[in-house]
Design a protein around this ligand. Structure first.
Ligand SMILES: Nc1ncnc2c1ncn2[C@@H]1O[C@H](COP(=O)(O)OP(=O)(O)OP(=O)(O)O)[C@@H](O)[C@H]1O
Ligand SMILES: [Mg+2]
Length: 320
């Protein structure tokens, strides 16, 4: 408890207290989204130089001072365990799916669902929003929509399914349409400003994570640049997830993998960059009799597994 209070105090003390930061630099930092010491502590020298125009040396000093004041560095396993206790799990609505995920989709982590069109990735995004809002009356969900697939009507339906007020649910989902990959990256960075406005953001859906990147960078020659940008985007998402204890849910498409002759000839877009940055990875596909199959293929502390469920009007339902 004492530590939590301490943490809040540190968060509240602004960047103005850093050495070498005058009023002008503080303003630049704040308007670029570096509103607390944590944001500065986890920034790179390049980022700070770019946003504030200070020299490399000053940027390094600022970062070091922020890190020092936050007592960043090593901590005991017990400290980590205490932080893990703050992690929440957002229900999928299906008991089997929740069980496979160790209770639900975790905060402080990135969960990726990849699969072919119609496999249910977007549905899962909508359902997570509603289930979060139904269990936490103050929570807010953010939906970053790149394919124009966010449907308020569907949210209303699902809200009725779990018995919460549909209008209230819609009021607590902040939707932003991203028109290209740069816009998407910018919007992801802006999530922090919602938090500093006092919104209790607990879920960030990015649907789809890769469609813009895939459409804008075509051909082998552009692959390195695409991956570099995607890497930066994943970093932003990981930072948002960890610094604010938020569940980040990203959807990803699959593409044909000509090298694969046996088994499922598909692989996810974004390659290792996306795969490694995601804490949990789920492969979604259509199953028998209109069901969906979710296969957990990568998780730090859970066994791999596979579950079957149905997408229904009121939400996800177990297969009897
Ligand atoms: N109201 C509803 N009731 C029941 N099932 C629904 C409802 N709305 C959507 N679905 C199911 O969800 C499917 C669409 O899934 P979804 O849009 O999540 O796929 P996706 O994986 O996001 O696909 P894409 O790659 O095209 O974005 C529909 O084909 C339908 O089976
Ligand atoms: Mg979709």
């Amino acid at each position: 408890m004492e530590e939590q209070i301490m943490e809040v105090k540190i968060r509240q003390s602004g960047v103005k207290d850093l050495p070498g930061v005058g009023a002008a630099t503080a303003e630049k930092l704040e308007s670029a989204g570096y509103r607390d010491l944590m944001a500065v502590a986890v920034a790179t020298i390049g980022e700070l130089v770019e946003t504030t125009g200070v020299s490399d040396a000053v940027a390094r000093k600022m970062i070091n001072a922020a890190r020092e004041s936050m007592k960043m560095g090593f901590e005991t396993g017990t400290d980590v365990l205490k932080k893990r206790e703050l992690v929440c799990k957002i229900s999928t609505g299906s008991d089997a799916f929740n069980l496979m995920m160790g209770g639900g989709f975790e905060t402080s982590a990135i969960t990726e669902c990849f699969g072919e069109f119609g496999s249910g990735k977007t549905q899962v995004g909508h359902i997570l929003c509603v289930n979060l809002l139904s269990t936490d009356p103050d929570a807010v969900a953010v939906y970053l929509d790149t394919e124009n697939t966010f449907r308020p009507e569907r949210i209303k339906q699902l809200a009725e399914g779990v018995g919460i007020c549909p209008e209230d649910a819609l009021n607590r989902i902040m939707v932003a349409r991203a028109f290209n990959s740069d816009h998407q990256m910018l919007l992801a960075e802006k999530v922090e400003s919602l938090i500093s406005e006092g919104k209790k953001v607990k879920l960030l859906v990015v649907d789809s994570l890769t469609s813009h990147f895939r459409a804008e960078y075509i051909g082998r020659g552009t692959l390195a640049e695409r991956q570099q940008k995607l890497n930066r985007h994943m970093h932003t998402l990981a930072k948002v997830a960890c610094t604010h204890n938020i569940c980040v849910y990203v959807t990803n498409q699959v593409q044909a993998d000509p090298a694969q002759f046996f088994g499922d000839p598909t692989k996810s877009v974004g390659g290792h960059i996306v795969a490694h940055a995601s804490t949990f990875r789920i492969y979604l596909r259509k199953g028998k009799k209109g069901s969906r199959v979710a296969k957990l293929i990568d998780a730090p502390n859970l066994a791999d597994g596979e579950v079957c469920f149905h997408v229904e009007e009121t939400g996800l339902k177990d297969v009897n």
